[in-house]
Design a protein around this ligand. Sequence first.
Ligand code: HEM
Length: 418
Amino acid sequence: TDDGARADDGARATDPWHGRVVIDPCMRDVHGQNERLRAAGPLVPVELPGHVRAWAATRHDTLETVLAHPALSKELRYWADWAGGAVPADWPLNNIITAESMITKEGGEHRRLRRMVSRAFTPRHIEELRPRVGEVAAELLDGLAGDAPGPVDLRLRYAYPLPRNVICELVGMPRAWHAELNKLTDALIRITDDADYAASRMRTLRELFAEVIELRRREPADDLTSALIAVRDDEGGRLSEAELHDMVMTLFVAGHETTINLITNAVRALLAHPGELAPLRDGTVPWSAAVEETLRWDSPVAYFPMRYVTRDAEIDGVRLRAGDAVVACYAAAGRDPGHYGERATRFQVCDPPAAHLSFGHGEHFCLGAALARLEAEVALEALFEAFPDLAPDTSRGDPEPLGTPLSNSIRSLPVLLP
Ligand code: HEM
């Protein structure tokens, strides 16, 4: 009835969560869900898995505003639901939002932590890694050649070990420990289906990195952990022991699954759009264009927590209250027709590529962007050079989504090696 509808409108006006959209915990159809979210508004009240409330920034221009807005902070102390105990103690994302890392700090504290490692991640320094990344890719492709012709899971055999090997070398984890790591890192993609399992794996991962830190204290080498230990031990005060551990974990976790997803999503997109592959293979368009288009069209990060409202604010006509949380919907922004027009949902490798927000924006812009870009570029070029006739293995049916609100990719990428 009209009265019922009016009462409902009234409830919405006073309590935005009354009309919240419940995010599918299995993320079965991330792009369909995103289309509905974008249509619902620029900032949409949502319920994240775990009954956690947040505003979802769903459109490109709004997300850009949100990521650099002065009334929004990444410091957990501003989040009312956290302070009030409404966030479950075992919420899978607690690992990220409670870490003593640059991801959760602002202002001087943020700059202090970020500066300690930022030099290692400048495009110039990262470019020096290109030959080494090429070797890692070539080793993996040699391994794959042993299975040709035939079916393989390219996520497991290529997209996954490549960034892992690179980031492990950067943080100074010995090669012999990688097998141990393999058993643990699937926890990172299982954060919604089994919180207990993921939490225990996360603890073990933390212990493993504590051992890396101990090892590099005893035997310093030319790696980031050794450099951070030197800052911690020689100059005291500048980096606490907890921050040292969280920094190494942050670099590993942030630099690992995201890049696996990028490589997986790029290969999948190119196999599904062979017309886009041709200009890359003949060198008319650089591989970096395919990387950028994948970042926009199928962002490796779906929804990233979290920013908190420090004082009442209005963004794009929506009133946010101090204490609210805002989640950034990167995968939704990348296909926003309001920003990208007709090409929003089309995968089209262009030179120059369309700009996107998939590495964030502002002070927290992804520290590892140059590294991720390099890894994905090298991975794609080497893969399609080694296997020009690579084909999707359609006998396996539709690929299953990862099923986490954080990551946007598929659990396996079945292909046929020629
Ligand atoms: C921050 C995405 C790879 C390290 C971010 C942010 C995004 C992002 C969206 C901003 C978060 C926010 O503002 O709330 C990605 C994607 C990647 C990738 C899509 C791969 C395709 C990497 C790699 C590393 C890394 C390889 C490092 C080894 C970081 C760190 C931050 C960050 C440390 C926090 C920066 C800060 O708070 O100042 N990333 N990332 N990322 N990323 Fe990445």
